[in-house]
Write a protein that binds this ligand. Structure first.
Ligand SMILES: Nc1nc2c(c(=O)[nH]1)N[C@H]1C(S)=C(S)[C@@H](COP(=O)(O)OP(=O)(O)OC[C@H]3O[C@@H](n4cnc5c(=O)[nH]c(N)nc54)[C@H](O)[C@@H]3O)O[C@H]1N2
Ligand SMILES: Nc1nc2c(c(=O)[nH]1)N[C@H]1C(S)=C(S)[C@@H](COP(=O)(O)OP(=O)(O)OC[C@H]3O[C@@H](n4cnc5c(=O)[nH]c(N)nc54)[C@H](O)[C@@H]3O)O[C@H]1N2
Ligand code: SF4
Ligand SMILES: [Mo]
Length: 903
């Protein structure tokens, strides 16, 4: 079988993959043993990439509507792009270039990104181009620049093996960067003296495996870091020589942290003073301290300060520029870093240049061959949608991101999408929340189908390669952008449809774009003038900087203590703790935290098509401390209405000891494709950090109340899952509560769970029956107890249960799902079918939640083995769980500890 080396399209670890194809289709995936990010490993998401490669849900051809009252219709590419060039040109002429906004993505390849940036800033003449990295990495960018002078991650993955203290803050590495976490586990195994500290309000799998977990109150990181510095100053644990030789501003910071005594900070953060002192000592005294951090720091109304306060600690202790030491901001998306390199944001320019700097603007204008780059800063993500809602931005062009799912305050986002005159969505899938708003839908090629480069968390540039052609008429993003740009360039110059020849966008292949981007880095801190596609092909992925003449890239930065500031010194920032934008009060007493699940990726346009990726957490669940639940009369599995000042949704509540009282957690993944309502971000707040403009996605004040929805329905079926899922999705809105998803492993099924205040109309139920193949006909059996309001309907085919609907009494769903996908004999179900009882046939108990996805091992099986005396090793030997991708190993360890404690 032909094999193609490429890069995983999910997280910023940037694992190398080997794609296997057969007859033009992707059939298998393996980790690339030669890739220095993963050495052959993959996590649960990477290892199932081949299962996402079908055409289900894909956008296959351009679609267009000329007015909102009509549906979109299929058109030719020429028609779509000419229409867009004409309309965008008209808007520019009538309202000026700032009436156009582009919202793009850290999941685009560097070449895509480069072209978009040049199109917007160089041709259209506006800086209104921002990306989902604004929701993700912009506080990290601002934090690095404020302290070290440039947006460059000074560390690398190999530092994990050299570190003696790992300080993990606001990062659930075990879930969000699993392959890196495998490396951490290994390093700790090799050297048990390594200390691991985790700062996270929740007891995540990452936190549970730490030597010290600081479950700080949400948003109090700056107080904690300042408090640690206070201890270091007080106890004389600073690196005075480093401060003296390589930094400025320490005195002001020292004064600022004076008031952050361990006692004061313990009060602010809600953790014991001794633990703060302990953390400070381990951090300062270790021969090498590496901090790893992510959205718990970035997604905050003072995210820049959180980043700077942490980097202060590294500078004050000289924990930087040596193997194993330094601040390591983990990037989320596969090419968040590449986007920063090409300056694909409203305030940046190519080659780590700043828009605010006139010399930088002139340099870029010269490199691009345009008269100028506009000086006015562009609108950042939230500002762009605010401007669209206000009617200021008339054209919104969205590529490779799904804001109607992922941006905070969905009421704002959706109002903006409705108000904008022209919404263009460049997407791989046609059924995303945002695609529903598209006036023009442009089908994009995606992973496995496109060529280019991405840069991972450790500044390593890897090639992305196509293994199969795109389906239908889908095209690579850079091709779409270039084709549009040429048409627009002609229109703006000559005012008509033309030959589309171009002086600004002459590219015929992504390599030509890469080479132009490379030129913009010459002499800059990220200089890659020594790199080429040929070199990447020959030598494999490389870290930057990699200037012309270099034999290899730089593993680590700032070893000489010289920083990219005017005086070569790093700067301390005198950070002060401020409370999150929205504090709990009597009306909204809970702090809502949001973040990732282990097996889902963002809005689930890809992972939401693989049944087994649902089995770790099957539906939207609000994690809540059991004490809080008891006080509100809530039991595990009850439905609750969660409301913030901006919106409300109904979800099931899950009792969780990982949550401290007063805090609740909801995964970020759920949007209106998988549940009724506008999803998790119906609740979140769009307030942002004044410097980085990154919104506070991790903190909102909410209220949680039991939802009285006595009418309940569950329907499920095996087979034909993609078609069934897409028929269901538009119906979710018709229930007070609804969620849908997939279940099963090899054999896959679709499930809908719904509830309402009173019985829904029979026509809606009949429609569900059609979708699930439960219309009354041969093979369908029904049971009805009108008196008790219990109804059941099941379909048997070839002696197997293939579909079921339960109304009134739905508890049987748990075991019925397994009965179906397990293909078990139907005879034993007769008693269940003919009586109101929810019980499974005697002797059958459901396996429940699946912990190990690769080997399909459930929590119940694992717990039973632990109770019978198993340890990690014997669990792995007998059940094989955790022996393939390893993503579940942290959870296995946690279960072992929990069961031991219980015993
Ligand atoms: N499985 C999976 N992996 C992913 C992704 C995915 O969708 N799914 N997405 C990728 C992307 S784009 C990103 S950006 C990364 C995100 O990676 P992470 O940032 O590691 O993931 P999150 O779950 O968003 O948030 C991390 C933790 O921050 C904690 N937190 C919340 N508030 C605070 C606070 O005030 N202080 C501190 N110290 N911690 C706090 C949360 O409890 C949470 O456990 O993951 C990447 N990897
Ligand atoms: N509440 C809450 N909200 C959050 C977060 C949080 O922690 N909490 N995290 C935030 C963060 S860090 C991030 S990064 C964002 C992510 O938010 P989004 O960017 O909205 O996430 P995705 O679902 O990955 O969107 C990518 C889209 O691009 C499409 N796509 C895939 N490949 C291609 C391609 O090659 N070309 C094109 N054109 N399209 C393609 C996919 O189908 C998908 O719809 O979410 C943010 N939102
Ligand atoms: S850790 Fe998992 S999601 Fe991230 S790049 Fe590697 S395989 Fe992909
Ligand atoms: Mo992200």
């Amino acid at each position: 079988m032909p094999k193609v080396k490429s890069t995983c399209c999910y997280c910023g670890v940037g694992c190398g993959v080997v794609i296997e194809t057969d007859d033009g289709r992707i059939t298998a995936i393996a980790g690339d043993a030669d890739h220095p990010a993963n050495f052959g490993r993959l996590c649960s998401k990477g290892a199932t990439l081949h299962l996402t490669a079908g055409t289900a849900g894909r956008a296959l051809y351009p679609e267009l509507r000329r007015s909102r009252s009509e549906p979109r219709r299929r058109v030719e590419w020429d028609q779509a792009l000419d229409h867009l060039a004409a309309r965008v040109a008209r808007v520019i002429l009538e309202h000026g270039p700032d009436a156009v906004g582009f919202y793009i993505s850290g999941q685009l390849l560097t070449e895509d990104y480069y072209v978009f940036n040049k199109l917007v800033k160089g041709l259209i003449g506006t800086n209104n181009i921002d990306t989902n990295s604004r929701l993700c990495m912009s506080s990290a960018v601002a934090g690095y620049k404020a302290t070290l002078g440039a947006d460059s991650v000074p560390t690398c993955y190999a530092d994990i093996e050299h570190a003696h203290c790992l300080f993990i803050a606001g990062s659930n590495t075990a879930y969000a960067h699993p392959v890196l976490f495998r490396r951490i586990e290994e390093a700790r195994r090799a050297n048990p003296a390594v200390k691991m500290i985790v700062v996270d309000p929740r007891r995540t799998d990452t936190a549970a495996s730490a030597d010290l977990h600081l479950p700080i109150l949400p948003g109090t990181d700056v107080a904690l870091f300042n408090g640690m510095l206070h201890v270091m100053v007080w106890e004389g644990r600073l690196d005075r020589a480093f401060i003296e030789a390589h930094t400025t501003g320490f005195d002001a910071l020292k004064e600022a942290v004076q008031e952050y005594t361990p006692k004061t900070v313990a009060g602010l953060c809600g953790v014991p003073a001794e633990d703060i002192v302990q953390a400070a000592r381990w951090f300062a005294d270790s021969p090498a301290t590496l901090s790893l951090y992510c959205q718990g720091l970035n997604q905050s109304s003072h995210g820049t300060d959180k980043n700077a306060a942490l980097i202060n600690l590294h500078l004050a202790t000289g924990q930087i520029g040596r193997p194993g030491a330094g601040p390591f901001s983990l990037t989320g998306q596969p090419n968040a870093m590449g986007g920063r390199e090409v300056g694909g944001m409203a305030n940046l320019l190519s080659g780590h240049r700043d828009l605010a700097n006139p010399a930088h603007r002139a340099e870029v204008a010269r490199l691009w061959g345009v008269a100028e780059v506009p000086a006015t800063p562009g609108k950042t993500a939230v500002e762009m949608f605010e401007a669209a809602r206000a009617g200021e931005i008339k054209v919104l062009w969205i590529a490779c991101t799904n804001p109607a799912q992922s941006m905070p305050d969905q009421a704002l986002v959706r109002a903006a999408l409705e108000t904008a005159e022209l919404v263009v969505v460049q997407e791989a899938y046609r059924d995303t929340e945002t695609a529903a708003y598209a006036d023009v839908l442009l089908p994009a090629a995606t992973w496995g189908e496109k060529e280019g480069t991405v840069t991972n968390s450790e500044r390593r540039i890897s090639r992305v390669r196509a293994a199969v052609p795109p389906p239908g008429e889908a095209r690579p993003d850079w091709v779409i952008a270039v084709d549009f740009a040429r048409r627009l360039e002609w229109r703006l110059r000559f005012g008509n449809r033309g030959e589309h020849f171009s002086t600004l966008f002459p590219y015929r292949a992504p390599e030509e774009v890469f080479n132009e981007h490379r030129e913009t880095t010459r002499g800059r801190d990220l200089d890659i003038t020594g790199l080429s596609y040929a070199l990447l092909d020959a030598l494999g992925p490389q870290q930057w900087p990699f200037p012309a003449g270099a034999a290899r890239g730089a593993e680590r930065l700032y070893a000489d203590g010289v920083f990219p500031t005017a005086d070569g010194r790093a700067r301390f920032v005198a950070t002060r703790y401020r409370t999150p934008a929205e504090s709990p009060d009597a009306r909204y007493p809970f702090r809502l935290n949001t973040g990732r699940l282990r097996d889902q990726w963002h809005g689930m346009s890809r992972t939401g098509r693989v049944a087994r990726l649902f089995s770790h957490e099957e539906e939207p669940l609000l994690a809540m401390n059991p004490e809080d639940m008891a006080r509100r009369g809530l039991r595990d599995g009850d439905l609750a209405r969660v409301a913030s000042r901006r919106g409300a949704i109904v979800v099931r509540v899950k009792a969780s000891e990982e949550q401290r009282p007063g805090q609740v957690f909801l995964p970020m993944h759920w949007g209106s494709r998988f549940m009724a309502g506008h999803g998790t971000n119906a609740l979140t707040v769009s307030v942002f950090d004044p410097t980085s403009k990154q919104p506070e996605l991790k903190h909102a004040a909410v209220r949680v109340e039991k939802a009285a929805l006595p009418w309940q329905l569950v329907a499920m079926a095996v087979g034909d899952v993609q078609a069934r899922l897409s028929s269901l999705q538009p119906l979710l809105e018709r229930f007070d509560y609804a969620s849908c998803g997939l279940f099963g492993h090899e054999e896959e099924g679709v499930i809908l769970r719904a509830a309402a205040a009173s019985a829904v109309d029979t026509e809606l139920v009949a429609e569900l029956d059609r979708i699930f193949g439960l219309e009354p006909e041969a093979g369908v059996m029904s049971y009805m107890d009108a008196h008790r309001g219990v109804a059941k309907r099941v379909r048997i085919a070839n002696g197997r249960l293939v579909a079921a609907r339960l109304t009134g009494e739905t508890a049987a769903q748990a075991w019925l799902k397994e009965w179906m996908t397990g293909g078990m004999p139907v005879d034993e179900l007769r008693r269940f079918l003919l009586a109101p009882v929810p019980a499974a046939p005697s002797g059958f108990s459901p396996r429940g939640r699946v912990v190990c996805n690769c080997l399909n091992v459930s929590e119940r099986e694992i717990v039973a083995a632990i109770d019978a005396g198993a340890n990690l090793q014997t669990l792995q030997q007998t059940l094989q769980c955790g022996t393939q991708c390893g993503s579940c190993v942290p959870e296995l360890k946690r279960l072992l500890i929990a069961r031991r404690q219980a015993a």
